[in-house]
Ligand binder design. Structure first.
Ligand SMILES: [Zn+2]
Length: 192
């Protein structure tokens, strides 16, 4: 089953390395004002990972312009954190997916595995069913990916992963979704 990989600290270290690569290309760019970007990570306390979740998970990689009067914050996309959600992105995807399909897992079982309560899991379902399909990201992506909204995110897992322990597949899926992890990435068209 997919969830074994998510109990494995090396999987999370692998995703952290991907985040570092993404952040490095952001770091190389200058601020729009011409200033230099300095590291300004901010703290996170993610849930849903294994007990030995690696230490870098207590922060999200981020930068800040060094010029007085600007100080703009630039936060690169992430394959680890799904926007401001407390739970790790892969957990939000997996738990939601495990409730779908021919033999859905029960909420209680998922709560035992990942520590998310019923209300949280319900919020994730609403997110995939109602909020996510309204994002500009999905409206642009759905032309390339033939997936019915009611089947999200299970069909995304099926599409990107070739086997339960396919961490390259996870990386591709999480990178694909990473545009929604930055500020404004989850804004719905027509709303401010
Ligand atoms: Zn600046």
């Amino acid at each position: 089953m997919y969830h074994h990989l998510l109990r494995d600290a090396s999987f999370w270290l692998f995703l952290f390395a991907v985040d570092q690569d993404i952040a490095e290309s952001t770091h190389k760019e200058a601020c729009t004002c011409g200033g230099r970007l300095h590291r300004a990570n901010y703290p996170r306390k993610p849930r849903g990972g294994p007990d030995d979740l690696p230490e870098p998970y207590c922060y999200r990689l981020s930068f800040c312009c060094d010029r007085d009067g600007c100080r703009r914050r630039v936060t690169p996309p992430s394959v680890r954190f799904l926007g401001r959600r407390v739970y790790l992105g892969a957990v939000v995807i997996l738990v939601s997916a495990m409730q779908q399909g021919p033999s859905p897992r029960r909420v209680r079982e998922l709560s035992d595995l990942f520590g998310a309560d019923r209300r949280t899991i319900t919020r994730w379902q609403v997110f995939w069913r109602e909020q996510f399909p309204q994002t500009p990201f999905w409206k642009a992506a759905r032309g390339r990916i033939a997936v019915e909204i009611g089947t999200l995110p299970r069909t995304l897992l099926d599409l990107f992963l070739t086997s339960p322990d396919d961490n390259q597949g996870w990386m591709r899926l999480l990178r694909f979704l990473s545009p929604i992890t930055i500020a404004g990435g989850l804004s719905i068209e027509g709303s401010p």
